[in-house]
Design a protein around this ligand. Structure first.
Ligand SMILES: [Zn+2]
Length: 122
């Protein structure tokens, strides 16, 4: 998905000097059930990112779980790490397809899904 994000967060998501990062090429590499939480997380980080130097490299699903890769001179900022951890836990219990509560499925595929979406898939 190509990002349609709030202008004020663009500095975190765009690399003027390089287009090669996955976030530039692919946007969010997961299904839309997670988008709302991801956007809330980015907004929260924005307010904590006092120096406005956070850069996000990649946002994706891997083996059914949320992955968030970023860098900052401020990386030791515990508040930001706490926010990322909090949202990672939240997203990993959210259906990647529809956004309802979900659990990680390991039935020949790895994906965090709710009961209804599991049934649709089977
Ligand atoms: Zn679902």
């Amino acid at each position: 998905m190509i990002l349609k994000t709030n202008k004020k967060y663009e500095y975190m998501l765009k690399y003027i000097d390089s287009e090669k990062y996955p976030i530039n090429l692919y946007g969010y590499q997961c299904n839309k059930g997670w988008y709302e939480l991801i956007n809330k997380m980015i907004e929260t980080i924005y307010y904590l990112d006092v120096n406005k130097d956070i850069r996000i490299y990649q946002i994706k699903e891997k083996f059914g779980e949320f992955r968030f890769y970023y860098n900052s001179h401020n990386i030791s900022n515990k508040h930001i790490a706490d926010i990322v951890n909090k949202y990672t836990t939240l997203i990993n219990t959210t259906c990647e397809l529809c956004g309802k509560p979900g659990t990680l499925q390991r039935n020949g595929y790895f994906q965090t899904l709710c009961k209804a979406c599991i049934e649709l898939k089977d």
